[in-house]
Design a protein around this ligand. Sequence first.
Ligand code: GAL
Ligand code: ZN
Length: 668
Amino acid sequence: MSRRERQAVRGIGYGGDYNPEQWPESTWAEDIRLMAEAGVNLVTVGVFSWSRLQPAPSDLTAGWLDRALGLLADAGIGVDLATGTASPPPWLVAAHPEILPVTADGRRLALGSRQHYCPSVPAFRAAAVDLASRMARRYAGHPAVTMWHVSNEYGCHVPACYCELSAEAFRDWLRARYGELGRLNEAWGGAVWSQDYTSWDQVQPPRTTPTFPNPAQHLDFARFSSDELLACYRAEREAIAVHSPGTPVTTNFLSLFRPLDQFRWAAELDVVAVDSYPDPADAEAHLLSAMTCDLTRSVGGGRPWVLMEQAPNAVNWRPVNVPKAPGQYRALSLQAVARGGDAILSFQWRAAATGAEKFHSGMLPHAGTDSRVWREVVRLGADLGLLAPVAGCEVPAEVALLLDWESWWALEADSHPRRLRLIELLREFYRPLFEAGVTVDFAHPEGDLSGYRLVLVPALYLVSDAGADNVRRFAATGGTVLISFFSGIVDTSERIRLGGYPAPWRDLLGLRVEEFAPLPDGAVVRLDSVLEAGEADGSGRVWQDVIDLRGADPLLRYAEGHLAGQPAATSHPYGGGEAFYLGTLPDRATLRALLARACHRAGVAFRTDLPPGVEMVRRGGCLFVISHLDRPVEFELGGKSLDLLTSDIVGPAVALGPRGILVLTARD
Ligand code: GAL
Ligand code: ZN
């Protein structure tokens, strides 16, 4: 978060989406009074307000917004003001029906919901930029406005459009990338399945085809679609900058969302923001939300970030919408602060009375203030007020998980040895580190790895030459790496790197993978462990590599099946560090033992004394200890410290109630 915004908000931001236009003005005074009661200091206004802001072309009917912003400014509540461009109003769609997006199988989506636009349609871009400029001109310098919020969750609902205008834009994008058609045919492997193009206008987006689409075409279309939405963001940001220079601009990401290359996007955001909706019915909701937090911090290069949306209680869009458990809203909110969040916002302030989201929770529920949710909202506001000292502080991490959206797109395409889901794999690697109190960054393969001790490379199927060199250089200069199966397989055109897998890292790993032997869903293969005593034998799932050792030592061997006796995991000394390889997905205990060993080798503290479900993260001078358990828990912390939330001295033994939280700092 920029200095300017921190000045405006001071401490940790707290609030949510505020949609005053959905309510009679007579309720606004109550909103403001209750916001003050809850400690709200930052609200997002106007996200879906286009039809109320501009009921006709060229006309900004914003008297209602002037009055609402005035009330907020008077109350000292900052506003993250939306440009309002996420849902084109009916009049615009009527005038330009081509705005409605088209699916891969040629269906044009209808008006009547939201985010119904094709990013490549000039009429949409022009109208969005026009509204953003009008908003920026009118509200630049407004005392309430601390930040601009462009559109909303780009790519949500409609990550890509396949209409004719999108096809033209895709061709332009390809021309810029390849220059000549011959290079495109080469990159896309045109000789396979008779796909050589002889003229640019023959090239199409990957619409529904008889069988698997061309994977390189598919990959380029994913790159294009992310860039095309980014161009929409950039156009609005530039329009804002003309009138309101210096005020930070953001848009909200969806967590672990495949369509947008967040590393590319985050570079263009003054403040990185994310929406996080883990399912309370998932016993590991806190694990996924921690990954979201770490990812958001990481794509922003470690900058403090904003939790732009979460649900104070249940959402309305799953088949079954389980409420958050008592204390869960608080625990997940403080988790976000612990992992670098400087503002904690919810969707939305007041639960709606009409429309598609009326059963989505709000900070102020339908039941009013005599409710569990409201009491939790007030309590969280008080807690966040006490955490002002951590605002702006960094979250140190010694371990990086490599993640590249291009590889993710390519990995999850069809026609592979096996279906793999990156989020599921990341979760496997992230879990034991989370449980051991190891803070993890996500890093781009071409990013600066020099600050890390251990780099994990889970199923990085596609890697550029620069990324491959970067990992090798990290290991050569003493870093420890752990690379999993199906990494380093193809280049950026999805062309196999030949000669035995993973071609760029065979020397580093001291092995050659001769072929793949994936396991069917649900199948397990027993493993013999060569790990130290206490590191249990286990089993492998999902995948088996056929490994030919070329200097590496086996750590695990397959104990049954065709590969019995052959290595399943290895280690290899390299450049002062060590390179581990995993040819299968071990069961949880075995993977934990391997990661503990890698951490130990890298000099990263790997705690084994934390009860499962208790999170420990350091931010600035504070140690956050967060129980995600719905029962009490006791354990040893070592030493005495001051809890910022209660001002009590705690330790060395600590007893936490259900979802109890400590924010510990040195005693003065
Ligand atoms: C988000 C969206 C919000 C709201 C929320 C409900 O995807 O940005 O406007 O719809 O979901 O959970
Ligand atoms: Zn389109």
